[in-house]
Write a protein that binds this ligand. Structure first.
Ligand code: MN
Ligand code: MN
Length: 467
């Protein structure tokens, strides 16, 4: 190509950049530091409650307090956190909000989970969120959660994370006997939900008269260690998740592999951005939501009136003595928001579901997704061009490496985020987050460059003074 045409292409054409081509040595070290903190967070926080606790611990360590009026946070039902840094302008002039979700697909224990079959004890489960059931067999699993006992006391349980701990597993059928019962079925039917039973015991109590001696032995163990009886499972939230810590992936350690990166990568990076804010122009809010993976229903989900409650409280804390509904609605309409959630990175070996020109490339930075939804943009929050234009200016001025992308080929599938539920309140909102591979699997993959640019994008959004 001639020199002139090359210049013309640079001037008129568009091409996204690889993050690694845009970072100097110092910034590459900053990527590694952030990645290490992120892996530590993921390894500790595997449920929405654990995320809440870990987020609060990090907030407290950086000077946030529930009672403060400049750097404060609130917790709702141990599953939602809202953290706020007061801005230089009064909140009536608008708010900057980043909302992520801290629930992830998993297996919940049923209300009556414990059974014995052939002198082995199992926990029955009910899956939560969009899983591919075959992902969950034949791998080490851990049990995380809480049990509320008859007297109201709450017991926290984490088994399977310490190297000395036992783990659990769901057994799969050997290939020798699986030819018909699995091999001739559709992939999504090969492992029925009722077979997702977790192996938890195999030592019978010494009494040949008793029928279910292994089950009783498991109950005895749970009673000795946690003071539990079988009825306590009814008032429990015990979640089966992949065991073990987050890891680097690749000879060059370019990637992070871990459970729960949808959407804890956005929770972590938006928290990190907020922690590093000093007197931003607008009051900045990081909101960590629950129940996104099952449609944002329930009183800890984005469809509830939680956001209204948060805005009323926030205005009071920031000095508005009795905020009217009129004022709250006005502040909603002056809010600029990010729906912080992950998107699908192009998988080179499944290009048939992707649209190469419009889907996200791993390593090309944080992704701005104007609309999600499915079919003819059904169920989409389609951000307005003016708002996209504003965000584009903010990201470019801050030198963030970002890409604009959608979610697979038209009519191939699709997905949703909390964006449309928050947009209901009147705020401007757009999806911004990193691409993942193996999303919704027990070992999701993120690129460290995208992790870093997601953090940079959220920080630039909070700090933006542009109108
Ligand atoms: Mn998500
Ligand atoms: Mn998801």
């Amino acid at each position: 190509m001639g020199e002139e045409l090359k210049k013309l292409k640079e001037k008129l054409g568009y091409q996204s950049a690889h993050v690694w081509d845009r970072l100097d040595k110092d910034e590459k070290e900053a990527v590694e530091t952030l990645a290490n903190d992120y892996k530590a967070f993921l390894s500790k926080a595997k449920t929405e409650r654990e995320c809440t606790a870990e987020i609060c611990a990090l907030l407290e360590a950086r000077g946030f307090h529930p009672e403060s009026s400049t750097r404060f946070y609130r917790v709702f039902r141990e599953k939602v956190v809202v953290a706020v840094v007061a801005g230089r302008k009064p909140p009536q002039e608008g708010i900057r909000l980043i909302a992520s979700h801290i629930d992830s697909p998993r297996l919940d224990l049923k209300l009556h989970p414990l059974l014995e079959e052939f002198e082995m004890a199992y926990f029955k489960t009910h899956y939560y969120g969009g899983i591919k059931k075959y992902h969950w067999v034949a791998l080490p699993l851990a049990l995380h959660g809480v049990v509320v006992k008859a007297d109201g006391t709450k017991v926290k349980i984490v088994i399977g994370e310490d190297l000395d701990d036992p783990v659990f597993t769901i057994c799969d059928l050997l290939p020798h006997l699986a030819r018909k019962v699995q091999g001739e079925k559709k992939l999504r039917e090969a492992i029925p939900g009722e077979k997702l039973n977790v192996l938890v015991g195999g030592l019978p109590l010494p009494d040949s008269e008793e029928k279910e001696r292994v089950k009783l032995a498991v109950l005895k163990l749970l009673n000795e260690r946690y003071g539990l009886v079988e009825e306590d499972f009814i008032s429990a939230e015990l979640e089966v998740v992949p065991a073990g810590p987050a890891r680097d992936v690749g000879l060059d350690r370019a990637f992070i592999g871990a459970y729960g990166q949808d959407d804890r990568i956005c929770a972590f990076t938006s928290l990190a951005a907020l922690l590093n804010l000093e007197a931003p122009p607008y009051t900045s809010v990081a909101l960590f939501l629950d129940k996104e993976e099952i449609g944002s229903d329930g009183n800890t989900g984005a469809k509830s009136r939680l956001l209204e409650k948060i805005y009323f409280d926030l205005l009071k804390i920031l000095g508005v003595s009795a905020p009217s509904t009129d004022l709250v609605l006005d502040v909603f309409f002056r809010t600029r928001a990010i729906s912080a959630d992950v998107t699908a990175g192009i998988d080179p070996f499944y290009q048939e579901v992707h649209e190469k020109l419009n889907d996200a490339r791993m390593g090309h930075g944080v992704v701005v997704t104007k609309y999600t939804g499915h079919g003819g943009k059904y169920a989409a929050n389609d951000a307005h061009a003016e708002y996209v234009g504003w965000l584009r200016r903010v990201l470019n001025r801050a030198g963030v490496v970002w890409q604009a992308a959608s979610f697979g080929k038209v009519d191939e599938g699709g997905g949703g985020t909390v964006a449309k539920y928050l947009a209901f309140h009147g705020l401007d909102i757009i999806d911004v987050g990193p691409p993942l591979l193996s999303m919704h699997s027990p070992f999701e993959i993120a690129h460290k460059g995208d992790l870093y640019m997601t953090y940079r994008a959220y920080k630039a959004f909070f700090e933006a003074a542009e109108v």
